[in-house]
Design a protein around this ligand. Structure first.
Ligand code: IMP
Ligand code: MG
Length: 184
């Protein structure tokens, strides 16, 4: 028999444990979209997805929004291929859209040390947006190394390394529909 892929192993519970099922994730995203639609009624915000991890969350979130919106992406890197943050953030792709005077919503996959959020906050302020709010699918409890503020949180999770639903380990496992924690 062929060797199983890492994805198949995770789905079979071999070496990985399911933390958030696809159903739970989708249910929570609908709630977040409802909140955002209410808070931004009558406005046309630009949602900035943070690559790479945030792309699946952004794609699912905007389809549940009732308001009009634009999207753009920023790409930053702090982990390399490690499971620990390197402590510094590199800008790999800046925003392309006109940010000045706009209502901006930054869409993150996960907030861990807070360094990425802090970096994005500083970067975006230079473009003089009208407002900036932050939404993250996951927030790791007790992992903050710098102060930050998040406006919308999907799930608060324990301080463990997770994969799936956009989140990778050494670039793999982003294509899992659920979120898993590595065992052992
Ligand atoms: P922070 O700058 O330490 O808050 O880390 C934020 C970024 O690190 C996230 O946007 C992810 O791309 C990555 N990251 C943090 N924790 C995890 C994890 O548990 N699994 C996969 N990627 C993670
Ligand atoms: Mg990220």
């Amino acid at each position: 028999m062929r060797n199983k892929s890492e994805k198949q192993k995770a789905e079979a519970g071999q070496g990985y444990q399911l933390m958030l099922s696809p159903r739970r994730i989708q249910r929570r995203i609908k709630e977040l979209a409802k909140e955002l639609s209410r808070d931004y009624r009558g406005r046309v915000p630009v949602l900035i997805g943070v690559l790479n991890g945030g792309f699946i969350f952004l794609a699912d979130l905007i389809r549940h929004l009732e308001i009009d919106c634009e999207i753009d992406f920023m790409k930053i890197s702090s982990y390399g291929d490690e499971t620990m943050t390197s402590g510094w953030v590199k800008l790999l792709k800046d925003v392309d859209c006109q940010v000045e005077g706009r209502d901006v919503i930054v869409v993150e996959d996960i907030v861990d040390s807070g360094l990425s959020i802090q970096f994005l906050q500083r970067r975006l302020q230079r473009f003089r947006p009208k407002s900036v709010k932050y939404v993250t699918l996951l927030l790791k409890e007790g992992a903050a190394r710098v102060p930050y503020e998040i406006d919308y949180v999907g799930f608060r999770i324990p301080n463990e390394f997770v994969v799936g639903y956009g989140l990778d380990q050494a670039q793999l496992l982003r294509n899992l529909s659920g979120i898993y924690v590595k065992k052992g």
